[in-house]
Design a protein around this ligand. Structure first.
Ligand code: MEV
Length: 425
């Protein structure tokens, strides 16, 4: 990864050259990166309804990521300044301490069938259990190609829930191994085709037939262990920083207002990677926040503690319904390119990388917050962003940003006044 040393100091063109060599990009792929919209209007027109154009976002590379002893260059699509800088600095700190360890469960996605007006739910559950094989067969016949790829519907679980009107609902979960896909369409097809048989068996009415985004049988877990010495700053010992990071986690655990922000910082990294890989980031958001609230109260997604040697331990487990194939992944050229850049080989590997970025992002944010505060690191990019908001042309941005930082006037009005002055000279 030496080619990427001081990547942030290079020009845009130099960065693209380094990347092209590293990832052996074709001329066409290099052209995608050089354009502002790799996705063609024609394709976009077929992706959604009422297309009128393409909305672009900056695509950057997170550095220094070491996960399960593999080094990654991490593509991230994000509009917020500092997310990629935080990623690179957090990952560097973790890499110096041996990197991140990641694991995944099997990838079983969930399809839900809600049965209402079931006369005897206990009897219905017994019948479902007794007919499990037949039900799985029906589900698999609805999408036979998935079984050919080694996946398919693998289990059925029935349970009851009680509504606010005290009605008892019978809920059936169909567990589907979707292999490398996220499988939303497959699962929805399966549950729709299973519903009539379940209505017959239970004498109830199938109301909702749709996947659940809370895929707690498709989780990824990542962890890191950091020596206190590497957390030390000019003004604080490593032990002090470690203990403050743990205290920051405890604050988030005790207070939902802080938990929301703590988790937003984690999702800053997660969403950026999920988007770069052309995946459904709303699904990942929904899964992550629901999982954070699974005990009944909303909690921080990460956990920070110290071990008996005084090392800082970080851990993150999230449901990760990401896909390596299907959906817009094959359609969006950047999604394909991201796989190549990250040398990504499977959905499970992607799930671990996404979580690793979440953990890294959180460490970087907490470390900054408990030491110098978040603003100092944000200043330079924020100043540029303010300059652009105030209408600075490309050749004026640097000067306006420098002025805002020097005069400590981080606001659009000051930027506008300075732009006017610049143009008068
Ligand atoms: C900003 O987008 C994210 C942070 O607020 C996260 C945090 O407070 O942990 C810095």
């Amino acid at each position: 990864m030496e080619a990427f040393d001081k990547f942030y100091k290079k020009t845009l063109e130099e960065r693209r050259e380094i990347l092209a060599e590293y990832a052996e990009l074709t001329e066409e792929e290099q052209a995608f990166l050089a354009s502002t919209g790799a996705l063609s209007l024609e394709k976009a027109n077929h992706m959604i309804e009422n297309t009128i154009g393409i909305y672009s976002l900056p695509l950057g590379l997170g550095m220094n990521m070491r996960l399960n002893d593999k080094e990654y260059i991490v593509p991230m699509a994000v509009e917020e300044p500092s997310v990629i800088a935080a990623q690179s600095s957090g990952a560097k700190l973790i890499a110096q301490n041996g990197g991140i360890t990641g694991t995944t469960t099997e990838r079983k996605m969930i399809g839900q069938i809600e049965l209402i007006d079931v006369p005897d739910t206990k009897l219905a559950i017994e019948k479902i259990t007794a007919n499990q094989d037949k039900l799985l067969l029906i589900a698999n016949e609805a999408h036979p190609s998935l079984q050919r790829r080694g996946g398919g519907a693998v289990d059925l679980v029935a349970r009851t829930v009680t509504t606010m009107q005290e009605d008892e609902l019978l809920i059936v979960h169909l567990l589907v191994d979707t292999k490398e896909a996220m499988g939303a369409n497959m699962i929805n097809t399966m549950v729709e085709s299973l519903a009539p048989e379940l209505e017959q068996l239970t004498a109830g009415i199938a109301n909702m037939r749709i996947l659940s985004n809370l895929v707690d049988d498709a989780t990824a877990t990542v962890s890191c262990r950091i020596a206190p010495a590497s957390l030390a700053t000019k003004t604080h010992t490593g032990e002090w920083v470690r203990d403050r990071i743990i205290a920051a986690y405890e604050f988030a655990d005790a207070d939902i207002y802080r938990a929301a922000t703590h988790n937003k910082g984690i999702m800053n990294g997660i969403d950026a990677v999920v988007m770069a890989f052309g995946n459904d980031w709303r699904a990942v958001e929904a899964a992550s926040h629901a999982y954070a609230a699974r005990t009944g109260s909303y909690k921080p997604m990460t956990k920070w503690s110290k071990d008996e040697d005084g090392f800082l331990l970080g851990e993150l487990t999230l449901p990760m319904p990401v896909a390596f194939v299907g959906g817009s992944i094959a359609v969006h050229p950047i999604a394909t390119l991201s796989k190549k850049i990250a040398r990504m080989e499977s959905a499970k590997e992607l799930a671990m990388l996404v979580c690793a970025v979440g953990l890294t992002q959180n460490l970087a944010a907490l470390k900054a917050l408990v030491t110098e505060g978040i603003q100092r690191g944000h200043m330079s990019l924020q100043a540029k962003s303010l300059a652009m908001t105030a209408g600075a042309e490309v050749n004026e941005i640097e000067a306006v940003a420098a002025y805002l930082q020097e005069t400590k006037q981080m606001n659009v009005m000051a930027a506008k006044e300075y732009i006017t002055k610049l143009r008068q000279n």
